[in-house]
Ligand binder design. Sequence first.
Ligand code: 4NP
Length: 153
Amino acid sequence: MSQKSVLFVCLGNICRSPMAEVALRAAAVEAGLALTIGSAGTGGWHAGDPADSRAVAEAARHGVDLTRHRARQVGEEDFSRFGQIFALDQQNLRDLKALAPRRATARLDLLMDWVPERVGTAVVDPYYGGPEDFAQAWDDVARAARCIVARLT
Ligand code: 4NP
């Protein structure tokens, strides 16, 4: 792999992992760090859908465009195509471990384990919540994005 690559995985790939994807892309551009970045869901119910409108609005509040996202389900090939896979919560991590093929080469971590004060914690699913839950999820993924850039630079 010539360039570092990062995949974020949540449940539906319409809220948390798309926000993480664009937050990291913005942080990497700002830092001048070349990264391949993607996102996917452990579930496939929303495949082909755009990001949740509340996630799009929260990203826009931070000057980041999330209108072009289309959801997809994670596949076995992702475990060799990406160097680093981040699970947004513990259930996502368990599901990814169960799905990982024997030939997997990607490193798999809980996202917030890369944020020193947040080790072992989840980016809580905002889907059934309100705007404040999307704001919290954005704060979490933006903070994680800064830690990822610092570690990969
Ligand atoms: P996400 O949020 O995993 O952050 O994309 C969810 C999106 C959809 C559903 C659950 C969580 N759903 O049940 O459809």
